[in-house]
Ligand binder design. Sequence first.
Ligand code: SF4
Length: 739
Amino acid sequence: MPAERVGGIPFGLGSTKPHNYWEVMRTAWENKRHPLFTWRILRDGVCDGCALGTTGMRDFTMKGIHLCTVRLNLLPLNTMGPLDTRVLEDVNALRSMSSKGLRALGRLPYPMLRRRGDPGFHRISWDDALGIAARRVRTSPPDRIAFFVTSRGMTNESYYVAGKVARFLGTNHIDNSSRPCHSPSTTGLKDTIGVAASTCSYADWIGSDLIVFFGSDVPNNQPVTTKYLYYAKKQGTKIAVVNPMREPGLERYWVPSVPNSALFGTRFADAFFPVHTGGDIAFINGVLKHMIERGWVDDAFVADHTTGFEALREVIEHESWEELERQSGLRRQAMFDFAEMYMRARTAVFVWSMGITHHRFGVDNVKAIVNLGLARGIVGRVQCGLMPIRGHSGVQGGSEMGANPKDFSLGFPVNDPNADRLQGIWGFRPPTAHGMTAVGMIDAAHAGGLDVLYMAGGNFLETLPEPEYVREALARVPLRIHQDIVLTSAMLVDPSYAVLLFPAQTRYEQRGGGTQTSTERRVYFSPEIPGRRIGEARAEWEIFMQLAERVRPEAAHQIHFEDGNAVRAEIAKAIPAYDGIENLREKGDAFQYGGPRLCEGGTFPMPDGRARFTVVSPPDAIIPDGQFLLSTRRGKQFNSMIQGEIDPLLGARRRDVLIGAEDAASLKLVEGDDVLVSNDLGSYRGQLRLAPIRPRNVQIYWPEGNVLIRRGIVDPACEMPDYNALVRIEPIPAPERSS
Ligand code: SF4
């Protein structure tokens, strides 16, 4: 049997794994009402799932079908019918429903209004809805208005118009969901190598000598990457994983689109390095220490293309092995093994995700990865790169288009010269004070500092720490606008004056189509799909624009766009990296800004053309005796949208508390025991489940785990919340259990 095969049992029968073919059949059944519309979305649209990017069911990386269950599970959102608006007449009846249940009610078909004291919502016209919103915006100081734009299906056109509208109304308080995921990546990369996106393409994975996943579980979040990994392994690529959990999907997977793998499975990871949660910097510094001691650093690259290495060397040489071992959770031999593996690789790609970014020291984590990459010059070469892999289809474009409180757009931070430049394009000057991030908006709302909060998509109640605090904050905003395709629990929070629901179209319904940017910086055109439409739902960019026109009718010409082509034409002028977007008009049209690789030849867009090493010291992430370090994980879900009770990769249920066998034994507990996970913030009842996780580290599912995550603990460089917490675990006594 070939070494990479998992076993001889066909289709991994009996193994804990996703059942992809069964999912295909289930999805076909769920979408049976509109088979032709569903088929056209799959065949012609750009996937609205993760940020890997497709055109129809193809991509630019590999031949063959590109399709996964994440996309299939999202399809009903695009094909379902409208909800009966009478269900909204009493929100109390809806409060007991799960978010999944709320979504299943159907698409939002009409604008709806609920005033303070009303039991629920009633239907109003678009004219009235925009009129109510415009009056409140007009009478509010600009610094009391905020926008949050999230990414499921959101197009570049919508992000761009939202960013421009916020500035047209006088505020930079606009944020998007790429920041609560990857702001440490953009900040860390920009500071060190001068670019804020993946430096390479997915195609660089295939045939690279080494791929390292730091805090990233791509089989769960970007499933088609498993096909890329299959072909990479075929070409001899080694795979290493640095992660507290020995993720089963990275250990082995049955790739459904590759017959051989679908039948017998494929082993992926050659080596696991189970660091402590937050132990990455200590681990990387230990690896660098070995590399420095053995002369494995690429001295020529460091001398010719970088600065700051000597300062880093000096600090690392003085860091003790004992301390690096204590903080990383791994022995120096493991760091040596990694260093040796890396030294033997002529080419390497480092991939990371939210296991790296969701920390109060997320920027330092990213800078440590950059240090490691620069030490062997794996930037700007074929089959090499640094890749912060994105989770949502449209998210890469969010900040790049300008839905960002500190940047007008990609390459143009908020400042006077850039405001002058935009005035030349827009005909009005945007404000130059930095805006608030999502975290800042919720704090401002809680303190009574916001009059209008306009949320396009998303649900702060289910994504930010301390849900009760978020609920109070939302309730204190006089006017909340929720623009979405379906109902969310945040919409049901009582208003202090009014709540408006703006029904949005999906990207497939959007007039004239729209574009999306993938993780590898490829800008895809997704055409408008002919077929049924929902009530009076409108394209997201048009709603932003129409509100702005109502607020300032005298200047409406400065914010008006005739159609999607007009938006794209202006994006090309305002954001030079996106030059070419104006030519995207049909299915299959795409371009990759910056080309296959950024920083080619080791030339970095920094003032001196050199990349920068950064001295990053391990955070003192000590786990006190009797406590555990908790992190949150994703199961069968898309962002906070839970699609299934069971995590198909681990076989765990959503209320399970994942713990190593050694820790369970030390607590005198066994699998299946009911436990209380608690800290000084709150508590969570779950059931113990044994998992291959580093001792003293535990995981529960997100967003349920947010009750244990304290707000206000953020990375100071980018306000990324820390989604980890110290907790205690104790058994729930039997009488309490049954009550
Ligand atoms: S891997 Fe991502 S882009 Fe590809 S089909 Fe699945 S969700 Fe869509």
